[in-house]
Design a protein around this ligand. Structure first.
Ligand SMILES: Nc1ccn([C@@H]2O[C@H](COP(=O)(O)OP(=O)(O)OP(=O)(O)O)[C@@H](O)[C@H]2O)c(=O)n1
Ligand SMILES: C[C@](O)(CO)[C@H](O)COP(=O)(O)O
Length: 394
């Protein structure tokens, strides 16, 4: 499914990783330098992948490393991650990233890959701040040293009142249309996105930043990053697959509900709920991938709340279970085995409806068994689903 299609996220984060890392001096662009066996780029995506909200992620890397980054991130398999080539300046790189943000996105965050241990909560706080306030939101930390203003010779001109100062971090968040317009109008270089946005006349609110959102700039910062990774403060993300199967017999007295859609004129499926075998197989695949049990243990047939319940109810409840467990859905694939209904004409509609509920791409395929078995005799359907989720690993 394209990043901008129905079901695509309304939040995006542009992760700028196209800098050269001159001050880090490791002989490689900074985002491709490793910390505890993973590149800074991979570390920087971990908190975003752990976020319960679905994000479109645009990663901006040096132009000669686009293929390497796509391979590293496995982005070809995930419609919500895009890798694009950066520019000579940070501002130019951000502009290239913004150009790749999908049409459904209304809140956009810009994040330095170099701040790779930024906690997930900081992304959530900034995005929800933008959505609540309707203007720019940036994380900042109080300045801990005394600050002096000096002249060209190094003579102190003044001691600055540091109670008025905050050190800026990322991600910096903005209403998408306003940031796009500010970037289109910008004619000066700014050191952060908020400055460019302020220059266009907009308001910016500062929220609390976090010490772990420091920017890896110098070799000392790299040592600090290695210490954090070794302490497990920055635990890596693991990908887990899950599988689910559901079988239902046809019941001509019932209307057909499959994949949360109504199928007028088709025989229904028998069941304690609405018999939506596609929704049930997806629920099992998601629970299995996240290690959260199965549909029977979570939504028992003896529970009156689920008698006649629609697939939407099961999918929404399952998504909440995964969110509470800190698991993020990467994608779901479904195969329907049976003679009826014929899915081809409604495949896109079906995939989009399911993607909205799951919050990630869903692909649906169908097959028959050449007349063999109960599905071949037209007595019912079998549905198989697989799911991929990311979870915090030990
Ligand atoms: N042309 C550029 C320059 C910087 N960045 C990104 O902007 C962030 C902040 O820049 P900085 O940490 O200063 O990175 P470098 O420019 O790589 O560092 P240096 O100035 O030491 O070369 C980093 O995530 C960096 O990858 C970028 O995408 N494109
Ligand atoms: C955006 C930023 O991280 C906020 O502190 C910073 O301005 C970028 O760092 P740079 O070294 O000025 O590129």
């Amino acid at each position: 499914m394209p990043a901008g299609g129905v079901g695509a996220p309304t939040r995006a984060v542009v992760v700028v990783a196209a800098g050269s890392g001159t001050r880090l001096a490791q002989g490689r662009p900074k985002a491709f330098v490793e910390v505890a066996g993973r590149t800074i780029l991979e570390w920087s995506l971990r908190p975003i992948l752990l976020s319960p909200a679905p994000w479109q992620v645009v990663v901006v890397v040096p132009s000669d490393l686009v293929d390497e980054a796509a391979a590293l991130l496995g982005s070809s398999g995930n419609g919500f991650v895009t890798v694009v080539a950066g520019s000579a300046t940070r501002q130019g790189s951000v502009a290239r990233g913004l150009a790749a943000v999908g049409p459904r996105v209304t809140t956009v965050l810009v994040h330095d890959s170099a701040r790779c241990f930024t906690p997930t909560a900081q992304f959530e706080a900034v995005a929800s701040g933008v959505e609540a306030l309707g203007h720019g939101v940036v994380p900042g930390l109080p300045v801990s040293d005394t600050i002096k203003r000096v002249d060209a010779e190094g003579a102190v001109v003044a001691t600055v009142d540091r109670s008025e100062l905050v050190a800026m971090q990322t991600p910096q968040g903005f209403p998408r249309a306003e940031l796009d317009a500010a970037y289109a109008a910008a004619d000066d270089e700014h050191t952060d996105d908020a400055a460019l946005y302020e220059a266009a006349g907009h308001r910016v609110t500062v929220v609390d930043g976090h010490a772990e959102a420091f920017k890896i700039t110098t070799p000392w910062d790299l040592s600090r990053a290695a210490m954090l990774a070794a302490e497990g403060t920055a635990s890596p993300t693991a990908l887990r697959t899950g599988v689910g199967i559901d079988v239902h017999a046809f019941d001509p007295a019932e209307p057909l509900r499959l994949g949360t859609l109504d199928w007028p004129g088709e025989q229904g499926l028998a069941g304690h709920s609405d018999g939506d075998a596609v929704a049930h197989a997806i629920v099992d695949a998601l629970l299995s991938a996240a290690g959260q049990g199965d549909i029977g243990s979570r939504f028992g047939t003896d529970d009156p709340r689920y008698a006649g319940a629609s697939g939407v109810v099961f999918l929404e409840a399952t998504r909440r279970i995964l969110t509470d467990a800190g698991a993020r859905i990467a994608n779901v694939a479904v195969q329907v085995i049976g003679n009826r209904p014929r899915l081809a004409a409604r495949r896109t509609e079906l995939e989009e409806a399911l993607a909205i509920l799951v919050g990630a791409p869903v692909s649906v395929s169908a097959t028959t068994t050449d007349g063999l078995g109960f599905t071949g005799r037209g007595e019912g359907v079998t549905v198989i689903a697989t799911a991929l989720v990311s979870v915090a690993s030990d």
